[in-house]
Design a protein around this ligand. Sequence first.
Ligand SMILES: Nc1nc2c(ncn2[C@@H]2O[C@H](COP(=O)(O)OP(=O)(O)OP(=O)(O)O)[C@@H](O)[C@H]2O)c(=O)[nH]1
Ligand SMILES: [Mg+2]
Length: 287
Amino acid sequence: MPSATTQTKKLLIIGPTGVGKSTIINQITNSSLTIGDTSAHANISSVNCSYNGIEYELFDILGWFAAESESITDQVVTTFNAYKQLKQTIQKLDFGIHMLICVISDKKVTKNDVATIQLIYEHVFSRQIPLVLIVNNKHYKLTNSSSIGWIEKHEKEISETFGNIFVGKYEMAFPKLTPLQQTAQDSEEILKEKERVSTNSKTTFFEKVLTHSLQEGVKNEASTISTSPTSPRKSSPLVEIVKLCEKVNSKQAQKEISSALQNLYHIPEQQALKEAEQIIKECNISH
Ligand SMILES: Nc1nc2c(ncn2[C@@H]2O[C@H](COP(=O)(O)OP(=O)(O)OP(=O)(O)O)[C@@H](O)[C@H]2O)c(=O)[nH]1
Ligand SMILES: [Mg+2]
């Protein structure tokens, strides 16, 4: 993929399905990307906006489905398929990306989500572009102050699961989107508070997220998606096994996946061989 040399800063928004990626873009740019019905919109669409004289193009990408599963085989297959689909979509872009924005919601983030984000950041972008985290406080309730400050409360968990990969972490909420019947009953005071939170979120996006894009984007203009291998880092067992799944056509794959299952998850040899076989079969299905 060529480097991003145009004036327009290109921002790619990724995250699991339903976290509110399209909603955030719509709220910020007053546009109307398809919400909710994932089958209705194409894999990728974009919206332009400008801030402080700089043009931005926000790319909205179809999210991945990654329900938490107890079974390691399911986790590997789900993550592999999500990663593969996302990687293919990104690799089709014929321009560079200045910044990757990862959206999660204020609910539990699954192991599959974490692994998919790490894989994309490290193995598609080779950690060459800034990565920003947005927590969409979808479940923000005016009556429940505990839903505010999600990032602060989960700071330790975020750094334990993701490591130190984000250049910025921001929280957003668009509580005006709560169900209509509830909105109809809202007092003037509540409506004002909803307006305030939404406006703050827009300001955060423009003043903080886009400022990062500008600062970091200029620095990284010539190096967006890189094909050079990333330096070896300690990653999660799930990331390690999904990486092996990329070699799924090689004869060695079953052996490698099975020994990884034994070493990383302490699964006995016979069972590991069986699970590796299953993983290879299911990963091949989507080829
Ligand atoms: N109340 C409220 N609802 C939200 C918010 N953000 C998203 N939603 C709702 O969550 C649902 C999913 O939002 P989308 O924006 O379509 O999610 P997405 O991440 O683009 O999903 P995919 O396109 O499938 O990857 C929609 O019903 C939105 O209205 C929010 O901040 N507040
Ligand atoms: Mg969407």
